[in-house]
Design a protein around this ligand. Structure first.
Ligand code: ARG
Length: 563
């Protein structure tokens, strides 16, 4: 049932005709605490047209409102406060969650249309950074969320597997590397050559020329260059895959930058045909000065293509292949200008669908206030972070529940889940400092807290061991349950809000609040008391657990049954 609509209907009947249903819907507020009612209507806006004091208007209107179906309707100051019928409301929401299970909150807004999501996209031969972790988990969660609304997410890993850096890597490897060393610890050793290359090139600029030449050989299809590149790529992908496995993230396509090598001529040709290309000191550019932007570099002096050239080809390819309604790019906020340029150039090329490209930026993760960089070699390795988190989780499980079965599997789910949850709970644009102890705490605003709450709900159900599905009534009317019930009813709206803003934190914040309100309910009522309300209360516990699990799943966090 739509309870807000019930309030709107009751109001429309007594309000002056010129106020539309739509206006009323917009004006209705939700009081901060339930003791002020569940919905409130401010009468200020009527003061002018009715030439009356808003308080007086509230008083008068309350007398006229039909209170059928409400617990009560009262006026406090210049507000009319509606208290919903708790019995009808709880019956309604619990039944709906129990019936629909994992489909609760689903909608057909997307009508099955494709939404490519450019996500993760680490660079070959470098360790995956915390930034790539953010892109991976934010992208994955957005995919889960929009899928609930029947959009078809297409998860694309736009690997950084092309560009001058591979020329540098080849030079470095040839000078200082060996097959044995690379095979032993691929990414770390490749990174070592890369870091050393940068150090030495400061004094020997001829190294840079060599690197450029090697990349040119790659672009020209030179066998030796490509064999080395393929080898670096395969080794890197293998390491990335272990992280994706731990995170439980799958991709539909691993089409990296190199995938567009044979698709760039067509882009350059269109740019030429539309008279968009200009020569500037030997390079080919699209001038963007009218937008106060530096030019988009399409081709270097030696003919080598650039990052944006490949992104132009990728954008077009995605439109042609997936006929998307929206095309998402989950990439750190430091690349904002790149995506602004990308969209402008596509628009200039005559592609109006550029408007459907959505750049989804996110903030930086620091440790101890410092930015992390792979160039200088002071990297914090994602794998170490995950391993440390799992260790910490294991320690806490050991203390809390020493007899737990599958301790290692649970610790993995809790440790990894903690890192993922932490990454998603803040507005994605915010930058934050990463502190492991804080992330893995079982209390407070953490993933483990939500997981623990779900495990508690499941343990209540196990302990009761009662079939509640045949309850005469699912009415839970004790006031302690009220906030929890309202939160359950709000879940479908929360999913849509998260989808509209491409913001997993909306789900994370919601599930923290739901967990908190349920824990309060648990602390203040005897759920397992053997009275006539038992089955309804258990049904509520089941509903809470269903929505907690679904929310965690939307975030890409596992929900262990016991912990
Ligand atoms: N590989 C890039 C980096 O690590 C991110 C790629 C983002 N996706 C894109 N289509 N440009 O910075």
């Amino acid at each position: 049932m739509d309870f807000k609509k019930q309030v709107v209907d009751a109001l429309v009947k007594v309000l002056p005709d010129e106020i539309t249903e739509e206006q009323v819907t917009k004006l209705i507020e939700k009081p901060k605490t339930s003791d002020l009612g569940d919905y409130a209507f401010p009468t200020f806006i009527l003061a002018k047209s009715l030439h009356k004091n808003p308080k007086v208007i509230a008083e008068e209107l309350v007398g006229q409102i039909n209170t059928d179906g409400f617990e009560k309707v009262v006026n406090t100051g210049a507000y009319i406060n509606f208290f919903l019928d708790k019995k009808a409301f709880s019956e309604d929401v619990i039944k709906e969650v129990l019936d629909q299970k994992d489909n609760y909150g689903n909608d057909n807004l997307g009508k099955g249309r494709n939404v490519p999501i450019d996500m993760s996209s680490p660079n070959i031969a470098k360790p995956m950074s915390m930034g790539h972790l953010r892109s991976t988990v934010i992208g994955n969660s957005i995919a889960n969320i929009i899928k609930k609304l029947n959009y078809q997410p297409v998860k694309i890993n736009h690997l950084g597997d092309w560009g001058t850096q591979f020329g540098k890597l080849i030079v470095g490897y040839k000078l200082w590397g060996s097959v044995e060393e690379v095979e032993a610890d691929p990414i770390n050793n490749l990174l070592k050559y890369y870091v050393r290359f940068h150090k030495e090139a400061e004094e020997k600029p001829e190294l840079d020329d060599e690197a450029r030449a090697w990349f040119k050989r790659m672009e020209d299809g030179d066998e030796e260059a490509l064999a080395l590149w393929t080898w670096f790529k395969e080794l890197s992908l293998k390491e990335f895959q272990t992280i994706y496995d731990r995170l439980g993230v799958e991709f539909d396509h691993f089409t990296g930058e190199s995938f567009y090598n044979d698709k760039m001529d067509a882009i350059v040709k269109t740019l030429e045909d539309k008279n968009l290309l200009e020569e500037s000191r030997g390079a080919e550019i699209v001038d963007l000065s009218q937008y106060d932007l530096s030019p988009a570099l399409i081709k270097k002096t030696d003919g080598a293509t650039l990052y944006i050239t490949r992104d132009l080809a990728a954008a077009k390819y995605r439109k042609d292949t997936f006929d998307f309604v929206k095309s998402l790019y989950v990439v750190g906020s430091e690349q904002a200008e790149h995506f602004t340029k990308l969209k402008i150039v596509l628009k200039k090329m005559g592609y109006d669908w550029a408007d459907d490209i959505v750049y989804i930026p996110f903030g930086l993760i620091t440790t101890g206030g410092k930015k992390l960089s792979t160039r200088k070699g002071n990297v914090i390795l994602l794998e170490d972070v995950l391993n440390d988190a799992v260790k910490l989780a294991k320690k806490q499980i050991e203390e809390k529940n020493p007899n737990l079965k599958n301790k290692d599997a649970v610790a993995e789910a809790v440790g990894v889940g903690a890192v993922v949850f932490h990454d998603l709970k803040n507005d994605r644009r915010d930058s934050f400092d990463f502190n492991l102890e804080e992330v893995v705490r079982f209390e407070g605003e953490t993933g483990p807290y939500v997981q623990y709450t779900n495990a508690r709900a499941l343990s209540i159900l196990r302990k009761a061991d009662v079939d509640y599905s045949d309850a005469d009534s699912f009415a839970v009317t004790d006031i302690e349950a009220w906030d929890t019930l309202k939160m359950l009813a709000d879940f479908p709206n929360v999913v849509q809000r998260a989808a509209n803003s491409y913001e997993p934190s909306v789900i994370a914040k919601y599930v923290l609040k739901l967990a908190k309100s349920f824990n309060q309910y648990y602390a203040h009522s005897r759920i397992l008391n053997d009275d006539e309300g038992l089955k309804a209360r258990l049904a509520l516990v089941k509903s809470v657990s269903t929505v907690l699990q679904m929310s965690l799943a939307l975030l890409g966090v596992k929900a262990p049954e016991e912990m």
